[in-house]
Design a binder for this molecule. Structure first.
Ligand SMILES: [Zn+2]
Length: 444
């Protein structure tokens, strides 16, 4: 699902110091959390906030907001025990299962190269990558302090066959005299420098079922996600080059401490449809907070009689009642009173599901008396509908798109049903609920 326009809201923050900048970072995170909660529900069920790589933007801290969807371009890894979550490319690898000895894979040498921030070309040889595992280029990039993602070179001959670099990795500055050779064991546990004591580093891509690097007592589960928002703590990386300074209390020039934030408005709409709960075989399932219309009223039935006109009138009456009782504005509601040949009751119902209105109210055959003679008489129709369901009178059907739940209630109780229905909330109520949830979490 792609929107024809790309709208994104960006924000940049400039604080006096790191403490204030981190506070701003947390406040923006709280707003994004509340927004995601309002649109996609409980965190972890349809969306996640995960630790992310800062990539080319830089800085030392960043989180992504990801909506769970099978077609998502990112793999998110999550621990159900301690709730540690990170993008696959950011997740640490702590232990990797030993592979069987003597496999060909074991002797493969992976060679990666790139330019470091001093302008030197750097090459690294990584061996001992366990079978079925891959090297994470972003981890190599940050380890060697490269200015961009490294590229994998063709493997060096000799290493493969002879296994002479077995269990080793070499990093060397090309053109420079210094030969920073290093040794890798099993990809994830690395000794840098032959003389120095072993230092654990991590160059492998994390995978589902890996040990959680945070609690070490559980395994990670994987979910695919679509990124809809990203927050970065930047420090003084950009204020330094922009000379964004202020005069501090001592009269000295100080660098601002920065953050940057982005949320994809059109991406949210696309992700709302692509997400696992965002569609089914009948069409779109809009979340109520961002649905273009929250309710569709379908007056269907009565053929070309007075009864059909009567149902149209009752539909408009409901619309007014919803507005008067502050349940929905009239521009949240669509009344499908089309009466042409191509809009049979069946087609109207199908299209309402396809478009994905969160709520559908059907004024149909259950709202009309079974004796068709009565359809000609508006008094009889009114008497039947207002009598309500319990005494054999007419009912109105309310369908909830997301759950598929459908109930029949008397016409006079429709408004009450919506007032008392916990799942029917205005976008503002949903957002306030999101803020309440996260402010409470912060207090606890
Ligand atoms: Zn854990």
């Amino acid at each position: 699902m792609r929107s024809r326009e790309f709208i994104m809201k960006d924000m940049y923050s400039f604080d006096l110091d790191e403490t204030n900048a981190i506070q701003t970072y947390n406040e923006v995170s709280l707003s994004y959390n509340a927004l995601c909660h309002a649109i996609f529900g409980q965190e972890g069920k349809g969306w996640s906030r995960v630790e992310a790589d800062t990539g080319n933007i830089g800085g030392s801290l960043s989180h992504e907001y990801q909506v769970h969807a099978e077609i998502g371009e990112d793999l998110l890894l999550h621990c159900n025990q301690c709730h540690h979550s990170a993008n696959q490319e950011k997740m640490s690898v702590v232990t990797v299962e030993e592979r069987e000895e003597g496999t060909k894979e074991k002797d493969k040498v992976h060679v990666w190269h790139g330019t470091n921030n001093e302008g030197n070309n750097v090459r690294i040889h990584i061996s001992g990558v366990p079978k079925g595992r891959t090297v994470n280029p972003l981890k190599v990039q940050s380890m060697l302090q490269l200015i961009e993602e490294p590229k994998e070179s063709a493997r060096t001959k000799g290493h493969d066959d002879e296994g002479e670099a077995h269990g080793e990795a070499k990093a060397e500055g090309e053109g420079a005299e210094q030969d920073q050779s290093s040794t890798l064991v099993h990809g994830s546990t690395t000794c840098i420098g032959e003389d120095s004591s072993p230092t654990k580093i991590d160059v492998l891509q994390a995978m589902p079922n890996d040990t959680c690097p945070s609690c070490l007592s559980n395994t990670l589960t994987g979910t695919r996600g679509i990124e809809i928002g990203h927050v970065f703590y930047l420090g003084d990386k950009y204020s330094k080059c922009m000379e964004a300074t202020y005069q501090n209390n001592n009269g000295r020039e100080s660098l601002c401490d920065m953050g940057c934030y982005g949320i994809g408005i059109s991406r949210i709409a696309a992700a709302a449809i692509e997400r696992t709960q965002g569609h089914d075989e009948n069409g779109i399932v809009w979340p109520e907070a961002i649905a273009p219309y929250r309710l569709c009223i379908l007056p269907i039935g009565g053929g070309k009689t007075v009864a059909n006109e009567y149902l149209n009138t009752k539909a408009m009456e409901l619309c007014t009642m919803f507005e008067q009782k502050n349940i929905m504005d009239s521009d949240d509601i669509v009344v499908d009173d089309r009466s042409n040949k191509t809009s049979s009751p069946g087609i109207k119902l199908k299209e309402a599901s396809l478009i994905g209105f969160p709520w559908i109210i059907v004024l149909g055959k259950d709202s009309l008396p079974s004796n068709k003679e009565d359809w000609k008489n508006e008094m009889k129709l009114e008497e039947y509908l207002l009598q309500g369901g319990s005494d054999g009178g007419g009912t109105v059907e309310i369908q909830e798109r997301a759950t598929g739940i459908s109930v029949h209630v008397p016409f006079s109780e429709v408004v009450e049903y919506f007032q008392n229905h916990a799942r029917c909330r205005t976008p503002v109520e949903l957002l306030m609920d999101g803020f309440d949830t996260y402010e409470k979490k912060e207090r606890d």
